[in-house]
Design a protein around this ligand. Structure first.
Ligand SMILES: Cc1cc2nc3c(=O)[nH]c(=O)nc-3n(C[C@H](O)[C@H](O)[C@H](O)COP(=O)(O)O)c2cc1C
Length: 356
């Protein structure tokens, strides 16, 4: 059985473990004659790369991507694109303590229960190192979508602290280590997260994704809905515990009138008075921005002891040494963007395949 692939016409398969020699992916179904070099992919990996600020893991990986196949003279050939990223900063000794002890909140217990064997070094296949492959695939997906479709993500909540949405500035997202769109929240978040780290704790976050200029018509009833594929893709990211489309759970508090996105005609085109639906109606994109949010739980590997058990069934407190992000939600921002790009590219190809 194989569960390492997603997408239909734009299909991504990832492989590799945190502390193996390399990780990588195969992107199949990419149309031919699209310009593609490593330089198109690397900037996206650099945004996800660890060790870039005091607020992410100090593991130092260059995350340099190599294209092994599917590209000839700088253009895609229509054959499988194989991408590889070497692991260069593994420190397996940090994980000796958890070889026999399960980290509460991590995948150690369930991998053992299911498979009876697990690569405990860095979490093996359950490590979010795998998300680098998604980011690389997302860069290829963006080539299919073209420059017109703009996909951006931002951290909108760190622990209990939400941004002031009135201050939203997309340019600010690239200026601070949190991908935060509200400049005023940044100093407060810095103090807060420094305190969390100092106390050996970790904290969760909420990320918002917006895709602009998505054409109307992507997604299909009933089991190919754009929102259900998007939700599945975001939920598959490590540590994600909730996904919302548009107003999401808040729409339960609205009346039908409040929740309606009024329709108008402007210069012969359909126009909307609001976007509570997050750009998707009946599983099909409406032409409005596609908006999704996802909640990321706190990092489970911490220096603070938590009661747990060993694989032999003994009770034992667990502390995880090693280098861990105090808030994994920060580096999840480029991962979320990449998953949205992959889903939209897949649906664009599927839409062309069916409707022309
Ligand atoms: C970008 C990113 C980095 C992560 N880094 C760590 C980490 O350093 N330590 C850790 O315990 N979990 C980390 N995680 C979360 C684990 O991979 C995840 O909790 C684990 O695989 C169990 O899966 P689940 O939380 O989805 O149930 C990270 C998640 C993301 C998105």
């Amino acid at each position: 059985m194989s569960y390492n692939s997603f997408g239909h016409l734009f299909r991504v398969t990832t492989w590799g473990e945190s502390h193996g020699p390399a990780i990588g992916c195969v992107v199949d179904g990419c149309p031919p004659r699209l310009p593609l070099t490593e330089a198109d992919i690397q900037p996206f990996l650099d945004r996800r790369r660890p060790g870039q600020s005091a607020f992410t893991t100090q593991r130092r990986e260059p995350d340099a991507v190599r294209i092994l196949s599917g590209v000839f003279e700088g253009q895609t050939t229509g054959t499988p694109i194989s991408l590889v990223i070497e692991n260069t900063d593994q420190r397996s000794r940090d994980y000796g303590d958890i070889a026999q002890t399960y980290r509460p909140g991590h995948a150690d217990l369930t991998y053992d229960l299911k498979y009876g064997i697990r690569d405990y070094r860095g979490g093996g296949r359950s490590s979010a190192r795998e998300t680098a492959c998604r980011v690389a695939a997302g860069a290829v997906a963006r080539k299919i979508l073209g420059e017109g479709i703009v996909i951006r993500g931002a951290l909108v909540q760190l622990g209990p602290h939400k941004i002031d949405r009135a201050q939203w500035d997309w340019d600010e997202v690239e200026r601070n280590p949190f991908f935060c769109p509200d400049a005023k929240s940044v100093p407060m978040w810095e103090d807060y997260l420094a305190g969390i780290r100092k106390d050996g704790l970790s904290i969760g976050a909420v990320i918002e994704l917006v895709a602009e200029n998505v054409p109307a018509g992507l997604g299909a009833p009933i089991y190919g809905k754009l929102d259900s594929d998007l939700a599945a893709a975001l939920m598959s990211i490590n540590a994600v515990k909730g996904v919302e489309i548009g107003d999401g759970f808040a729409s339960a508090e609205l009346t039908g009138v409040q929740n309606a996105d009024p329709l108008f005609m402007r210069d012969g085109h359909v126009a909307f008075g609001a976007n509570h639906a997050g750009g998707i109606l009946g599983g099909i994109s409406s032409g409005q921005p596609v908006v999704a949010r996802f909640a990321v739980k706190p990092t489970s590997s911490m220096l603070t002891p938590v009661p747990s058990i060993t694989s032999a069934g003994e009770e034992k407190d667990v502390i995880t040494k090693g280098r861990h992000d105090p808030c994994v939600g920060i580096r999840a921002v480029p991962v979320g963007e990449a998953m949205m790009a992959c889903v939209l590219a897949d649906h664009l190809l599927r839409h062309r395949g069916q409707v022309g």
